[in-house]
Every structure is written in C-alpha cells, then in structure tokens.
Ligand binder design. Structure first.
Ligand SMILES: [Zn+2]
Length: 166
C-alpha cells in the first residue's frame, strides 16, 4: 500500500466518556496554512479511508464477516473500524500522521503547538481505548495505514481464529 498523505483520522470518534481532569485544552484549530495542510485536514474523514476499504475487502474476500465503524462496548465512546462482535475483536486502522506512526509520523512546524497537543492527545486516547476494551474482554488489533494489506489481514486472522474456535 502506498502512502500519499495522512488519510485516516481514526482517533476522531474515539473519545472516552469521561476525559481525565487536568487535560490540556486544545487551542482553536488554526486555519490551513498551506494547500497541503488544507488537503490533509479535508482528508480527515470519519470513515472509509482507502486503507480501511482495502483491509475490509481483503478480510471479506477471505470469508470473514464483521461490522464496520461501530462502538464495540456500550458506553465507551470509541468506534472501531472493523468489529468482530462474537469473537470480541476490535480493529483500528490508524493513520500514520494522526496516530504518530514511528516510521511516518511527523510534527508539523507550522502551528506546532496545536499539532503537538492534538497528536499527543490522539495517542493517549488510543492507549486509553485499548485499556478500556481489554478490560471489557476485547482483543484490540491496531493496523498502520502503511501496512501491507495481506500482512494486516494475516495479523487480524491470527487474533481472530482462536477466539472464534473456543
Ligand atoms: Zn506509517
């Protein structure tokens, strides 16, 4: 899979019902500083990014059935991109920019404070959601948008299969 730009904002909906206190307030979003940044911000769609579509379609081709973009746990404001309800496996396709991929994550210099807080917050939220889901008996699989689709599907199935079989 090629990465043209930060495409996924899968942190977008994943907000715990109760934010921890003392959290840093996010400043008002800056206006797009360049056409490139504008394109990135417009690309921050809620669902159905290209990597999500590719992985869903590969999983489906292999005979897996799942729900998409639903909250795995009632009361937890966190929507996973792919949900296997019976097996209790939640899959997130994380955008390299939005979730600070170690290989492709960047810290924009323009409006640096804003992005620092925003991206740190996304990462913290991912960790909280992982913990909350695990506490409810769910397995969480996080896939980077840069990952090979077949490898990602293998990884998801490896988590899925023992949980379906038991
Ligand atoms: Zn990446």
């Amino acid at each position: 899979m090629t990465i043209a730009r930060p495409a996924s904002g899968s942190a977008r909906m994943c907000r715990m019902t109760n934010e921890p206190t003392g959290i840093v307030r996010l400043p008002t979003p800056p206006g797009p500083s360049t056409p490139g940044v504008r394109a990135v911000m417009q690309g921050n769609r809620a669902t159905d990014t290209r990597p999500e579509l590719a992985i869903r379609s590969e999983l489906h081709r292999r005979g897996n059935r799942f729900r998409k973009t639903v909250a795995p746990v009632k009361g937890l404001r966190c929507r996973a991109d792919i949900v296997f309800a019976r097996a209790r496996v939640a899959v997130f396709i994380d955008g390299c920019f939005w979730h600070r991929c170690p290989e492709h994550g960047t810290s924009p210099r323009t409006n640096g404070d804003y992005w620092q807080i925003k991206l740190d917050r996304n990462v913290a939220r991912d960790l909280r959601n992982n913990d909350a889901l695990a506490a409810s008996g769910w397995a969480v699989v996080r896939v980077w948008e840069h990952e090979d689709v077949a490898d990602a599907a293998d990884r998801i199935e490896a988590v899925l299969e023992p949980r379906v079989a038991r």
